[in-house]
Structures are given as structure tokens and as C-alpha cells.
Design a protein around this ligand. Structure first.
Ligand SMILES: Cc1cc2nc3c(=O)[nH]c(=O)nc-3n(C[C@H](O)[C@H](O)[C@H](O)COP(=O)(O)OP(=O)(O)OC[C@H]3O[C@@H](n4cnc5c(N)ncnc54)[C@H](O)[C@@H]3O)c2cc1C
Length: 419
């Protein structure tokens, strides 16, 4: 993968002031947020130097590409904005200026066409991230951005210089860098092997900056399945259902795993489910296995004579339930309920799945938590550290899957009133 000038940072003083505006910018973290900040700052005339702990840029971005790279969403902007929940107010000005349409135009500008999938999600036609990342790094190179890979940020010196651990140092020790502005774009706390280890949180907290602890977002959950269900259904999809937790209901599909439940509809309901579990130590997601049929319709169909049919066959013939849905009904429904059409219909329309805990944070698609909003001004600048900005998943916001995560990372970095 070509990349911007990967100069050895033997003495990693950030770019010289030979830039068009005479100013330097240091960006730490070369994921989508950091790369977008680099593009915008270079475009504004800054001499930009990126520092990245890993040997290459955008590893999580490339991983997102393995499932097609859902880069944004095509729904109307008002609905789109609601996906950012309590962080909407802070992100909205940025998303209105650099939202889904602008993201698609920006992709096209890099030679990457996008299309709208049947769910309204937007993907690059190639369904992967590498062509986009390659073109992007080439653009950054053309803009004069430098990237120092294997430069792992460990904090600030008293005088304010950023300190990096790097094997490129002649003494194999630390190198330091300074710049007129610093952008931290260090990512969240999941999938550590891709570079975002979340250790920056300790550094910022020690510097007096409030951070909300990481929580898994867009994650799976453990369920105490019986061995019988695991043998029969692990890996099987449960399609066209609704999942409800509290006041939130989502429609879609999910997968039964050996340890519990995962997949798109589970991720979509994961925030309230996780919060319920965190608050009470207990949480239940309620499935409607036949969301297109009323309770009355389901009851009437189940009341038809079963004859010599097994219960499984009866459920298939009367309601179209497949083997996986039927196994789920048997898994959580008491025997006596199965023989009562009214009770069984109620169970099928509201099947309670008790979760025992969220999957470990490192497995989550993203993390909630991070730099507290109150620490940032409207330009994502740290109030206690003027000239230092925090962007991307490291800030305390969350959004569902559907292209909203990358959109949020791009938007805040692209639409920005830098110093
Ligand atoms: C499997 C998977 C699939 C996904 N699919 C999608 C999707 O389809 N659509 C979507 O919108 N989102 C998706 N996401 C989420 C999305 O990839 C992230 O939200 C996004 O990459 C966050 O961007 P970022 O720039 O904030 O952080 P990151 O992409 O995590 O980048 C942060 C960078 O900082 C570097 N870094 C961290 N600490 C240091 C340090 N101390 N010193 C130097 N460098 C450091 C890291 O190595 C990394 O390169 C997916 C995530 C995963 C795990």
C-alpha cells in the first residue's frame, strides 16, 4: 500500500514551518478520523505530520471493509441525525455540513463509486476499503502529509512535547514532537490488535481530562443456551423478527452463536440491552418471531387441529416457523405452554431471551465512552489544553451500525474550524 512520505523520525520534531500558512499540525492516530483531519488541515495550508502506532494506516477501516465497508446511510437526514442519540446536538452541525451526500461525493473524488444497498446502507461498489484507503493515502502524500508509522504516543512531557515510543529511534528510546496544533484521533477501545488499545484514556485522565469509561457498543451478548440448542442451532440465522428492549424495538435478523446472540439486529438493540444489564445486572430481549401477524391471527392458526403432526411441523405449517425459530420456542417455553394455543401464541409474539452479559469489549464493533463532551468546545478542542483536539471514536458518543460510525468520524474531522 503506498503511503505518504514515511520519513524516519529520528528526531521527530513535527513539520517545519515551510507550510503555506506557516503552521504545523501533528495528528496522532491514522484511522478514518485522523486521516480526514490530515486532509483538511493540509488543505488549509498546515504542514501535517501523522504519527501512528501500527506499521500501517487504517487497520480498523480495512477490517470494516471485510464486511463491505458500510460507509454511510441514505435515509433522509432528519432520521439519520436521530441515530446519534444524546450526542446528536454536538455532532449535528458537522453532519449537516459533511453528511451522507458529501461523504459519497468525497468517495467519488477519490475514484470510488458507491451504491445504496437494499437496506438503505451505502457501500463502495467494490465492497471493500483498500482501494479507498490507497487513493486517500496517495492524496495525502500529494498534499505533503508525512506519516511516521510505529510511533506509539505515550503522553506529553512537562513542556508539552508529545512523546512517542518507536523502534525508529536511534537509541530505541522515546522521540518527541511539537506542533502548532495537535489532533488526537486514537480510536475507541475494541479490537486492540488493530491498534486502538484505548490506553490513551489513562494519559488523558492523568492530565485532568474527564473520560467516561468504555462500554461495548454494537456487541453480542451471552445467553445460557442448553447444549441441545447449541448443537442444533449455533451459527444459524434467525430472520425477519423484531427484538425489543425497554421502549426500543428493532426489526431484522441475528445469529445464534455458541455463547449467545450476535449479528445486526442484536447490535441495533445492544445499547439499551447493555445499559439495562449494567444498571440491574440482568437484562432480557423480547423476540417477536412473527412480527407480520397479529396475536389473534397467530392464536387462531395455532388453534387449528394438529392431528398427527409434531409440534414442530404444526408451527411450520400454521406459521411458517423454520427449525431455528421452533428450537428457540422450545428452548425458552415451558412444556405446558406448548399445548395451549393462546399461551403459545403469546410466547411466540413475545419470546423472552435472558442475557447473562455483553460479550467482552474487545469483540465489540465499537465502544461507547471516551473523552467527555464537557471537556471539548464546539470544535472538539480540549478546553483544558487549547490547541489540542480529539476526534472520532475516542470521543464519548455512540451510534448503531449502518454507516453511522464512520460518518460521525468523517464529519467531525471534515467540518472543522481549526485555530
Ligand atoms: C469488524 C468491524 C467492522 C466495522 N464496520 C463498520 C462499518 O461497516 N461502518 C461503520 O461506519 N463503522 C464500522 N466499524 C467501526 C469503524 O471502523 C470505527 O468506528 C472507526 O474506524 C473509528 O475511526 P477512528 O479514526 O476514530 O479510530 P480508529 O479507526 O480506531 O483509528 C485510530 C488509530 O489510532 C492509532 N492509535 C491508537 N492509540 C495510539 C497511540 N497511543 N499512539 C499512536 N497511534 C495510536 C490506532 O493504531 C489506529 O490506527 C467497524 C468496526 C469493526 C471492528
Amino acid at each position: 500500500m503506498p503511503h505518504p512520505s514515511n520519513t524516519t523520525a529520528a528526531n521527530a520534531v513535527a513539520a517545519t514551518k515551510s507550510s503555506p500558512n506557516g503552521k504545523t499540525a501533528m495528528i496522532i492516530g491514522a484511522g478514518p478520523a485522523g486521516l480526514m483531519a490530515a486532509e483538511r488541515l493540509a488543505g488549509k495550508g498546515y504542514a501535517v505530520t501523522l504519527y501512528e502506532g501500527m506499521p500501517s494506516a487504517g487497520r480498523k477501516f480495512l477490517m470494516a471493509g471485510k464486511s463491505g465497508l458500510n460507509i454511510t446511510h441514505s435515509e433522509d437526514l432528519e432520521t439519520f441525525l436521530t441515530r446519534y442519540g444524546t450526542s446528536r446536538d454536538r455532532l449535528e452541525p458537522h453532519l449537516r455540513t459533511f453528511g451522507p451526500d458529501q461523504i459519497r461525493d468525497w468517495c467519488a473524488g477519490l475514484g470510488v463509486e458507491t451504491f445504496v444497498g437494499s437496506s438503505g446502507r451505502v457501500f463502495p461498489t467494490a465492497m471493500k476499503a483498500s482501494p479507498l484507503l490507497r487513493a486517500w493515502l496517495k492524496r495525502l502524500d500529494g498534499l505533503g502529509c508525512k506519516i511516521h508509522y510505529r510511533h506509539y504516543w505515550t503522553g506529553w512531557k512537562d513542556a508539552g512535547q508529545a512523546v512517542f515510543k518507536t523502534p525508529d529511534s536511534p537509541t530505541n528510546g522515546d522521540v518527541t514532537a511539537t506542533a502548532d496544533i495537535t489532533v488526537l484521533a486514537l480510536g475507541g477501545g475494541s479490537w486492540k490488535r488493530l491498534g486502538s488499545d484505548g490506553k490513551w484514556m489513562d494519559i488523558l485522565q492523568n492530565a485532568g481530562i474527564k473520560c467516561t469509561p468504555f462500554k461495548p457498543a454494537n456487541c453480542g451478548f451471552d445467553v445460557n443456551w442448553t447444549d441441545h440448542l447449541i448443537d442444533k442451532c449455533a451459527g444459524a440465522p434467525v430472520k425477519a423478527v423484531t427484538l425489543t428492549c425497554g421502549t426500543q424495538t428493532v426489526r431484522g435478523e441475528f445469529v445464534i452463536s455458541k455463547t449467545g446472540i450476535e449479528g445486526s439486529a442484536v447490535y441495533a438493540i445492544s445499547a439499551p440491552l447493555r445499559d439495562q444489564w449494567l444498571e440491574t445486572g440482568d437484562a432480557t430481549v423480547t423476540l417477536d418471531l412473527t412480527p407480520d401477524r397479529s396475536l389473534e391471527d397467530v392464536t387462531n392458526r395455532l388453534a387449528k387441529p394438529r392431528g398427527k403432526n409434531s409440534m414442530g411441523n404444526h408451527l411450520r405449517k400454521t406459521l411458517g416457523l423454520d427449525a431455528t425459530k421452533t428450537a428457540l420456542v422450545f428452548e425458552v417455553t415451558p412444556r405446558e405452554t406448548l399445548n395451549d394455543p393462546t399461551k403459545l401464541a403469546t410466547a411466540i409474539k413475545a419470546l423472552p431471551i435472558k442475557i447473562t452479559k455483553p460479550r467482552p469489549i474487545d469483540e465489540a464493533i465499537s465502544t461507547a465512552g471516551g473523552v467527555a463532551w464537557e471537556e471539548l468546545d464546539e470544535n472538539f478542542q480540549l478546553k483544558k489544553r487549547p490547541g489540542t483536539y480529539c476526534l472520532g471514536e475516542m470521543v464519548d458518543w455512540e451510534a448503531p451500525t449502518g454507516g453511522y460510525l464512520l460518518s460521525g468520524c468523517f464529519a467531525a474531522a471534515a467540518h472543522h474550524n481549526w485555530l
